[in-house]
Design a binder for this molecule. Structure first.
Ligand SMILES: *Cc1c(COP(=O)(O)O)cnc(C)c1O
Length: 346
């Protein structure tokens, strides 16, 4: 769906942070089968791990370039392509070329994030001395949008115009600007390559994607114990929530150590079939308690599950309840969750 939205611009995939918490190897293999041939990660370690675990003929680009102090040789050994973010990195990569083979790279210019990439002034200095690019084949010049999730924000077009101005001064090559949000800002943001992350993983809010995007993640937590409260009493650390006598409570095996954020205490909720069940009390490290009084007693037992993210309860809604964004919810999903991939050969 994203690739169609992006065409004729090529659609890559951002699989940093373990594929936004979902498993970079599985996500990459699935997207590779779907035709994706360019992948972005943040660090050299993520890149090496991806190269070693997923077969196929595809490019891996490393956003942090040499930032994490790695050696140029590692990029060659594992067929990785750095995103060069500083004049010094450009010099180093250029000096690293041997013989006639040119080294591929992406050059990042910062048009308003003030995070990574050449400043506009540095871009102009580089432009004045094209010999710096000697031996480098620049696959793309890229930049990153600060406010792409908000289509009416003036910074979107400001960044795009600055990007065009700076690009015009640099040696001509392809360009890449749009993350997920950028894709939905319109064709003039697509250039030659788009770089969605969030939208691939079913995040809509906070990345500007339409709500019709398919929800691709579900999270279930196992009920360890069901209890009936004898008398009115409180639940959990700090005794922050009182429940009446005869309340039925289910304790599940998921807590903030699993990325079920503590900020969901007393405000998060889950689903059992189509019934909403609220979190009661504070979320602990390994455990969370839900009030399941609304569920008939014979319908639920230890070993059953409560849905923490499901079709009725999207990752965006969980993020809202937790007062954060969906990116943080997904990238926090803990290692104790078993991960099952639908459609995967057994
Ligand atoms: C993380 C990242 C992306 C992907 O952003 P989404 O909002 O998840 O689509 C694209 N480009 C850069 C430079 C990034 O750091």
């Amino acid at each position: 769906m994203l690739a169609a939205q992006t065409a004729p611009s090529e659609c890559s995939a951002v699989v940093k942070a373990n594929g936004y918490g979902l498993g970079a190897h599985k996500v990459t293999a699935a997207l590779y089968s779907a035709g994706c041939r360019r992948f972005f990660v943040a660090t050299i370690d993520e890149a090496i791990s991806l190269r070693n675990s997923v077969g196929g003929n595809f490019e891996i680009y490393v956003f942090e370039g040499f930032m994490s102090g790695c050696a140029e040789e590692e990029f060659d050994t594992h067929r990785l392509i750095p995103v060069l973010n500083t004049p010094d990195e450009i010099k180093r990569w250029s000096a690293h070329t041997s013989g006639n083979t040119s080294r591929r790279a992406i050059v990042a210019i910062d048009t308003g994030m003030n995070r990574l990439g050449l400043t506009p002034r540095e871009s102009l200095l580089i432009a004045d001395d094209p010999s710096l690019f000697g031996g480098i084949k620049v696959d793309y010049i890229m930049s990153h949008l600060a406010c792409a999730d908000n289509p009416s924000h003036p910074m979107n077009s400001q960044q795009r115009i600055l990007f065009d101005e700076l690009r015009a001064k640099l040696p001509p090559t392809k360009a890449s600007l749009a993350n997920s949000g950028g894709i939905f800002l319109g064709k003039e943001y697509h250039y030659d390559l788009t770089r969605p992350g969030a939208a691939i993983y079913g995040i809509t809010e906070g990345c500007g994607a339409p709500r019709t995007m398919k929800q691709v993640v579900g999270v279930k937590a196992k009920i360890l114990q069901v209890r009936i409260v004898d008398t009115e009493s409180t639940v959990g650390y700090g005794a922050t929530k009182s429940v009446p006598a005869n309340s039925r409570l289910a304790t599940v095996a998921a807590g903030y150590a699993d990325g079920y954020l503590r900020s969901l205490s007393n405000c998060g909720y889950g689903y059992i079939d189509n019934v909403k069940v609220p979190v009661v009390g504070r979320i602990s490290m390994d455990l969370t308690v839900f009030d399941i009084s609304a569920i008939p007693a014979d319908k639920i037992a230890p070993g059953d599950h409560i849905d923490l993210i499901c079709s009725q309860l999207t990752v965006d809604e969980v993020a809202n309840a937790a007062n954060t964004n969906s990116y943080e919810i997904l990238t926090s999903l803990g290692i104790r969750y078993g991960r099952h991939y639908i459609g995967e050969a057994a």
